[in-house]
Design a protein around this ligand. Structure first.
Ligand code: KG4
Length: 339
């Protein structure tokens, strides 16, 4: 089965062609996966501007589709199904992808499959590790979401815990902004954190204690921002490298401890770390150590599949293929992964 996938939920327009075949080792072969990022357009605003994102998806999606088909050496006649992210995300951005995919499916009489963006991030892990079969535990960390998910079947998901306020990627972005490190903040914080002398006294940040497996990051963000403001008011220059190191260390500790809590509750010994923040090396290393100590296996997708991309959407559509989608398909800004 050859699937043409579309992803436009935030600031990346992506089109991919994926072959799904049970005779392949991983089940999937990526024939093309083009990602056009809009980071440069949004960097000057310090975050994603929804209207600019939608307009830019509109401007590039048709050409990216031609290019993805060309790179895959396919025509529309070779495509068996069209997959598109329809939730969650920025509504205007989602609508561009949904309407383009729907029109293409209608014109070429193809099956249309709607995909939940976060299910795509989880399937990215399965694409790179065939041994990652349900049940497994997922820590999904991105700019818009922070979730602990129990993956019980190919399309059966249960949220075990989630952030009650900010997503962890968003906090990386805000903290980087106050330190003047630019956008996106995650890679900037990670780079700055490597520059510092580890002997400087650490900044103490709060660890919210929530019942169950929920998380909270806004208190950590506020404490960090207040600390920087206090320094500035005292006429002291914030040490961006040391502060980045302390912030990153703290966030990694909080996330790792939540994953361990989830393991203790479920006993699932296969772990997946995914989403844009999974690019963070300190987080990968910390979870790897925690997994090794408990004889668990950790899967982390390669960088190319950590961020938003359409290959993961096309692959996730393969699991969702029995769901029938009508021409009234719409986009949704919010939608739980387990619905
Ligand atoms: O999944 P993603 O590409 O987009 C959506 O959220 O939809 O995630 C983007 C987020 C941004 O907040 C960015 O700062 C963060 O992932 N990020 C990182 C790193 N690379 C990207 N956070 C921490 N460390 C990184 N190396």
């Amino acid at each position: 089965m050859i699937i043409l996938g579309f992803e436009s939920s935030c600031d990346e327009t992506s089109v991919a062609v994926v072959r799904a075949d049970t005779t392949l080792a991983s089940g999937f072969e990526i024939l093309s996966n083009i990602v056009a990022t809009q980071i440069d357009l949004h960097a000057q605003y310090g975050g994603v501007v929804p209207e600019i994102a939608s307009r830019n998806h509109m401007a590039v999606i048709a050409n990216l589709t031609s290019e993805a088909l060309h790179q895959a050496d396919c025509t529309m006649a070779d495509i068996d199904a069209i997959a598109v992210t329809n939730a969650p995300g920025l509504i205007g951005a989602l609508l561009v992808g949904v309407n383009f995919a729907k029109t293409l499916a209608y014109k070429h009489d193809k099956r249309l499959i709607a995909v939940h963006h976060l299910r795509g991030h989880i399937v990215a892990g399965r694409m790179c590790n065939p041994a990652l079969q349900p049940p497994f535990l997922t820590l999904l960390v991105s700019g818009g979401n922070t979730l602990l998910v129990s993956c019980k079947g190919d399309t059966e998901y249960q949220i075990l815990g989630a952030t009650r306020d900010d997503a962890v990627g968003e906090v990386f972005d805000k903290v980087a902004r106050i330190l003047g490190l630019g956008f996106p903040g995650g890679p900037a914080i990670e780079k700055a954190a490597k520059l510092t002398n580890p002997d400087t006294p650490p900044l103490l940040l709060p660890t919210p204690k929530l019942e169950g497996l929920d998380m909270s990051f806004s208190g950590i963000k506020t404490a960090f921002i207040n600390h920087v403001h206090n320094l500035v008011q005292q006429g002291k220059a914030p040490n961006a490298a040391a502060l980045s190191r302390d912030f990153q260390t703290h966030i990694v500790k909080v996330l790792t401890s939540r994953m361990v809590d989830a393991f203790e509750r479920t006993g699932y010994n296969k772990w997946l770390l995914c989403g844009g923040v999974a690019a963070n090396t300190a987080l990968r290393q910390s979870l790897q150590t925690a997994a090794n100590e408990r004889e668990c296996t950790l899967t982390v997708p390669p960088m190319s599949l950590c961020g938003d991309n359409a290959a993961m959407i096309a692959a996730a559509a393969y699991y969702e293929k029995t769901s029938r989608i009508g021409w009234d398909l719409n986009a949704c800004a919010t939608w739980e992964i387990d619905m």
